[in-house]
Every structure is written in C-alpha cells, then in structure tokens.
Design a protein around this ligand. Structure first.
Ligand SMILES: [Fe+2]
Ligand SMILES: [Fe+2]
Length: 546
C-alpha cells in the first residue's frame, strides 16, 4: 500500500485571530467590553474612514500618528469597510443594544442614585442589562454596577461564531499595526471559520510538530476547494527540528522578546506572557516556536494588556500548555473582565487563578503572586500580578509593567519574601493616555488634561532603582519595552536614544553597573544558566547574547 504523504504546518504561517474581522485582543472576547469596542472604536473608525479615507491614508504615513485610530488601506477598499460596518450593525445588534444599555444605566445611576436604597432602581435598568447587573454603592454613596460575567458569556451576547482565524504567510518583521484596521479578506489569506475554543484549533497547531495527511487536514479545516492551492502552500512535508528540553543542573531562562521568558528547571517549564516571532530568515537572532518544549507546565500572565495576552501566540501553543496561571479577579467591573472566564471561553482548560501572596508549589519550584501597582491609569483593575519564582536557591521576580508608585509596598514584600536575585522590570515610563486603551469603556467625556495625566506608564529610573535596592538584587533586566521589530504590529512604539524610557533605563543600567550589579536592557534573545553549586550561593553564567 502506498504511504500517504504527511504534512506539517509551516513555521512561518501567520495566524491572525479575528473577531468581526478585527484583530482579537483581550477586550474583544468578554461580551461587555466587546460591545463597547464595537460601538465606540470599530464603528467610529469605520465611519471616519468611509467619510474621509484620504485623511486616514495620510495619517498612517505620519510616524507621529503611529497607533492612532486610522485604517491602513491607503484610502482604498471603502466599499468593503462600509459593508463590514453595516454587516456588523446587523449581526451584532444585541451587542449594540448592550453597549447603549451601559450608557443608559450609568446615566440613570448618576441622576437617580443619591444615597438612598437602590432597590427601586432595578426596574429602571435598561432591559438589555436586566438580570445581568447588581447595583452597588461604594462606602461614600457613589453608585455603580457589577456585571455578572458568567451569565453574560452564557447569553446571546457571547457569539463565538464571530471569531475566526486567518492564515497567511509571513516572511519578515514588517507588519502593519493591527489594532486600528479591520482585516479584510485577501487573495493570499485563508479565513478559517473556527471559534477560538474549537478543538480543531489545537489539531491545526499540532501540525507544527505532528504531521497529518492532506485529506485529514482538509476535513479538519473545511476550506473551500478553490482555496486548496493556497492551503497547500502553508504545508510542508519537511519535519521541523526537534526541541531538546533543558535537563541540566540548575535553571535555564531564555528571553524570547518583550515580556516573554521561558524558564526550565529539572523538567519543569514556565512561560511568561507568551509572544512569539515566527520562524523565517531575518537579521535579528531570536527564539521562536521551535524553541518551546512539547509541554509547558505553566503559562503565567501578568496583566490584561494586548502585548501580554496575545491570542495569536496563545492559541498556537494551547495544546502544549498544562496550566495557565492568571491573576484572580471576578469583580464584575467593565474595565476588569475576568481572565479565568475569558480563557475558559477560549478553550483553555486548567486555568489557575492566583491572588496576591498566594503561591503554587511544584517540586522545588515556588511561584508567588505579588501586587502590581499602576500602569492602568488609576482604574480599579485587579487583573495585575508580578510573579516571584523561587527554584532551589534562585529567585527571579517578573514585575512586567509594574509602576513603583508606592515604595512602601515593596518594603513590605521584602519583609515577607527576602532578597531577590534577579529583577525583570518593564520601564515604558511614558505610557499611552487612559483613553488609548480604555476610551471605549467610558460613558462620559474625559477632560483632556485628566486623560493626559492618567497614563499607562511603567517605572522610571528612581522607581526601578528603589526596587533593586529594596530586594538587594544582583541582576536587573529591563524588558517588556516593545523594541523587537516583530512586535511593532501590536505595540506602536518607536524609540530614539532621546525617548524617556530609553534614557531612564540607560540610567538604571549604568547605576547598577557602577555598583557591581549585572544589568541589561534585553533585546532579541538571551540565555542564562543559573548553576547550582554544592557550596554557597549559585552563580549566573551567560551563555549567549543577541
Ligand atoms: Fe501593560
Ligand atoms: Fe506592556
């Protein structure tokens, strides 16, 4: 009998998870934030493009407008954008109604909730939200509402059929900014009508390491025959090189770019804030999907920003992930959707929620959740966690974009946890204003001065040094700076030597070095082995630097 040819998914097949043809980021899954983004981001951008496409075309070319609300189709494809807007209005009518109900509820509470019982106001809740919200006061009689998110996910407001996964080929780091431009169909892309939670998503990405026959792949993906040639171009009979897990002594960590770090120690693996480059010929050396173990014991998420929760990577690795660890929250705040519910509804099993100062113990690995202040424009958001990892004698703190606005907090943590060998800290200290990310959720106009003062800013030089001093760190790594060119499509940052995050982090690195602390701003790739010595404290040894 002839052997049927077996195919792998190529390592440079780009995966764009979409919701209503918009690039999926974490606020496009929970029903309430999706509703607000459809009405107050997508419709606004599409309306503006339809009426003045050339203004968008010019703005996209202006580097100062990077990341702004402009559609990047060079002033073309207006009819398709109009068709998408009209279709979304039709097919997402329940979410449009939900978004309007949130406006109406806020306005009703502002005018009617004056400190007396809220019970009579339940009948004034807009019908689209009745039964999905509890009305509450804070201790100073400011009224607000709590969304019952699990019910919203089980209602007609959550429609996974609007999710899809678009495949195309990527050959270099150039990729347009994706958060302001809907992804329209194109000749060189296949839009798979798969919701994120569909088990076929795992089957698809298993093809990156385990082959299948053409007929099995075709049955799995249900792609029209006319697209066979394109789909075949995404496949290869060539097996990928096999990954060799680190089984040596001590601990090995590898930096994959931005806040993505893999730790391996005696068979246990942890991956922080996964964001991966694809594998293709390029100028900057990097780790990619090929450098991940077959099984990842823990994926750990620091916070709910699009550069730390990237579905594009997470869906590709889901079949490898044993546990996904997230900060605990379920307060029902519009601006703070539950990550547990979000991941469960996207097909992740084994979601572990960790509260501040709770920990996971696995063999000689201890992972503790630490409070993460700031970087969220002073909004009441609990989905933020720094992670302290202790393995044998080693301790590493992954603080991501934590902003040290209250040094006393770290002094309390030091009393509890003691010294930390290595600190990983983001220093994007010139963050975007509140409205850039959270604007669609606001139901009242925000004064410009307020917006400018409330930013998504991480730690500066003084704040970072205070952390290093408090924990007596012997190594300090600035990371999560969005500098890797393969992440420009979600980051919209372009630094120069004069940019404040670069100036401040340079100062921190210099200050550390003068005091004998190993310090570096990570870029591209890096590998460090932490060896366990029989006597005394362990020692870091550098293996290679990009
Ligand atoms: Fe952030
Ligand atoms: Fe970040």
């Amino acid at each position: 009998m002839p052997v049927t040819e077996q195919y792998y998914l190529r390592q440079n097949v780009q995966v764009e998870p979409l919701v209503d043809q918009w690039y999926a980021w974490p606020h496009l899954v929970p029903p309430a934030t999706t509703a607000r983004n459809i009405t107050h981001r997508h419709f606004k951008i599409m309306d503006s493009y339809i009426s003045a496409p050339q203004i968008h075309a010019n703005a996209v070319k202006n580097p100062k407008m990077l990341g702004g609300p402009f559609i990047d189709y060079n002033g073309k494809r207006v009819d398709e954008v109009r068709e998408l807007r009209d279709r979304t209005k039709r097919e997402r009518a329940p979410l449009v109604e939900l978004s309007e109900a949130i406006d109406a509820l806020d306005s009703m509470l502002r005018s009617s909730a004056r400190g007396s019982s809220l019970h009579p106001l339940y009948e004034k809740i807009p019908s689209a939200l009745r039964g999905y919200v509890e009305l509450v006061y804070d201790l100073n009689n400011h009224a607000s509402f709590r969304l019952i998110e699990p019910l919203l996910y089980r209602s007609h407001y959550y429609d996974p059929s609007k999710q899809s996964i678009m495949l195309s080929t990527i050959t270099n780091d150039e990729r347009p900014f994706v958060l302001s431009t809907p992804r329209l169909e194109s000749e060189d892309a296949v839009d798979l009508r798969l919701s994120f939670g569909d088990p076929a998503v795992d089957d698809l990405f298993r093809l990156k390491s385990t082959p299948s026959s053409w007929s099995e792949i075709k049955d799995m993906l249900l792609v029209a025959d006319a697209r066979d040639a394109l789909l075949k171009s995404f496949l290869t009979p060539e097996p990928p090189p096999r990954y060799l897990p680190y089984l040596g002594p001590g601990v090995r960590w590898r930096y994959f770019g931005h806040a993505c770090i893999l730790i391996e120690s005696q068979g246990t693996s942890m991956l922080f804030d996964p964001v991966l480059s694809y594998t293709y010929e390029n100028g900057i050396s990097r780790y990619t999907y090929l450098d991940l173990p077959d099984t990842i014991d823990y994926v750990l998420i620091t916070h709910d920003h699009q550069d730390h929760i990237l579905f594009e990577t997470l869906l590709q690795i889901r079949h490898k992930v044993k546990n996904i660890v997230v900060p605990r929250n379920n307060g029902g705040k519009l601006q703070d959707p539950s990550l547990k519910l979000l991941f469960q509804n996207c097909g992740f099993r084994n979601v572990i929620e960790i509260d501040e100062l709770e920990e996971i113990q696995d063999g000689n690995v201890r992972i503790s959740g630490l409070p993460f202040f700031g970087e969220h424009a002073d909004l009441d958001i609990k989905t933020k966690m720094a992670w302290l990892v202790r393995i044998g004698p080693h301790s590493l703190m992954f603080a991501a974009d934590s902003c040290n606005i209250e040094p006393r907090m770290y002094e309390h943590l030091h009393r509890e946890f003691g010294d930390v060998d290595a600190l990983f800290l983001g220093m994007e200290c010139n963050g975007a204003p509140l409205s850039w990310l959270y604007g669609p959720l606001l139901t009242q106009k925000l004064e410009r001065a307020m917006d400018e003062s409330r930013r998504l800013s991480g730690s500066n030089f003084e704040q970072g040094m205070h952390m290093i001093n408090t924990f007596h760190c012997r190594e300090a790594y600035v990371y999560a700076m969005g500098q890797e060119p393969w992440l420009n499509y979600i980051m919209s940052v372009k630094y120069t030597e004069q940019s404040r995050p670069i100036v401040e982090s340079n100062r921190l690195i210099e200050a550390c070095k003068t005091r004998g602390i190993i310090a570096e701003r990570l870029f591209g790739e890096k590998e460090i082995l932490l060896e366990t010595q029989s006597v005394g404290k362990a020692r870091a040894s550098e293996v290679c630097v990009a």
